[in-house]
Design a protein around this ligand. Structure first.
Ligand code: KG4
Ligand code: ZN
Length: 350
């Protein structure tokens, strides 16, 4: 079965083709093309929704053509078309979603509306021999921080989430405060590698509370109060290079400590022995190192997507679409996009 996926929920226009062949251990990603708009939005310090949707419309035909060429396939060979239906920016979602529906209609093939968060959550299993297994999912993206008890495809229980800023959002907001370019996660990560994480002790909110929710909004306040103590101007550009790196290392470690602590607590509570971590923040170098070390000590199997599949991509949408298509679970062409789409099948524990 050959599935074409389209992702356009935020600032990446992406198309991927994934193929499942009976008898093979895992599907093959034949192509995964991403056209990023980051340089454009960086000029404004964040994503401008109208610019994002306009650029998706301009970029999508070329990205689609390139994905088919790289895969060496013709559009008529595609068995199902999948696209992100939400959550995300509504006008951006509409571009990829309408294109996938139109292709499905023209080709007379089924359509699958995919939840972006489910795409992230399943992404560690694209390259995992044996495919999806019951596990604890930690999704850490720019918009969401979620802990999910996953029993199988479509069987999800949401057991923890951020009550305010997502982990990626915290990276981005602190970076903005430090006058670093958008998106802030990679910029902080890079500088943190040269910094001392113990020089500044930033708060780890809710870390020792027994529930599995997060709160990251206090971090930006902590950085805001720290800046004037370091330079009278409070201007981050007046900081010496080492202090900037130490601040980045302190912020990064505070976020990582909370994420790992809560994930370990959730593993104990759910008795899962497999942890899968996904979303843009999961390409953070220190998070990956420290997770690997903690999981090894606790004899937990850690599954991480390759770096290329952590930030927004269409391979994860095509993969989620493939699992749904294999189960015959297709979507009507009437299915609307939903900027606040919740994880399908996820029951939230009060
Ligand atoms: O999953 P994603 O591409 O988009 C959403 O669905 O939100 O995640 C983007 C987020 C941004 O907040 C970005 O700063 C963060 O992922 N990110 C990182 C790193 N690379 C991207 N955060 C920390 N360290 C990184 N290396
Ligand atoms: Zn995402």
């Amino acid at each position: 079965m050959l599935v074409l996926g389209i992702e356009s929920s935020c600032d990446e226009t992406a198309v991927a083709l994934i193929e499942e062949t009976p008898g093979e251990q895992q599907p093959r990603v034949l192509s995964s093309v991403i056209s990023t708009q980051i340089p454009l939005h960086r000029l404004y310090g964040g994503v401008i929704p109208e610019l994002a949707s306009r650029n998706h419309s301009t970029n999508l035909p070329g990205v689609l053509k390139e994905a088919l060429e790289k895969a060496g396939r013709n559009i008529r060979e595609v068995d199902a078309f999948a696209s992100t239906a939400g959550p995300g920016l509504v006008a951006a979602l509409l571009v990829g979603n309408t294109a996938a529906k139109a292709l499905a209609l023209a080709a007379g093939k089924p359509f699958v509306a995919v939840n972006h968060l489910e795409g992230h959550m399943l992404s560690p299993f694209i390259t995992h021999p044996g495919g999806l297994v019951p596990h604890l999912g930690l999704v850490v993206s720019g918009g969401h921080t979620l802990i999910i008890n996953v029993q199988g495809s479509g069987n999800y229980e949401l057991i923890g989430r951020s009550r305010d800023d997502a982990a990626g959002e915290a990276f981005d907001k602190v970076a903005k405060m430090l006058d670093l370019p958008y998106p802030g996660g990679p910029e902080i990560d890079k500088r943190a590698e040269q910094g001392d994480p113990t020089r500044f002790k930033f708060p780890r909110p809710m870390m020792h509370e027994s529930h599995l929710d997060f709160s990251f909004s206090g971090l930006k306040t902590a950085v805001l109060y720290t800046l004037p103590k370091l330079v009278p101007s409070g201007n981050p550009n007046d900081l010496d290079e080492q202090t900037m790196c130490d601040l980045c290392a302190g912020v990064r470690q505070a976020i990582i400590d909370v994420l790992i602590h809560k994930a370990m607590r959730a593993l104990k509570q759910t008795r899962h022995r497999v942890l899968a971590v996904s979303g843009g923040v999961s390409c953070n170098s220190a998070l990956r190192r420290q997770l690997a070390e903690r999981c090894k000590r606790a004899r937990i199997e850690l599954i991480l997507p390759p770096n290329s599949l952590t930030t927004d991509n269409a391979a994860m949408i095509a993969f989620a679409g493939l699992l749904r298509a294999q189960a015959g679970d297709f979507s009507s062409l009437d299915t609307p996009v939903d900027p606040n789409l919740k994880l399908a099948g996820a029951q939230t524990r009060a």
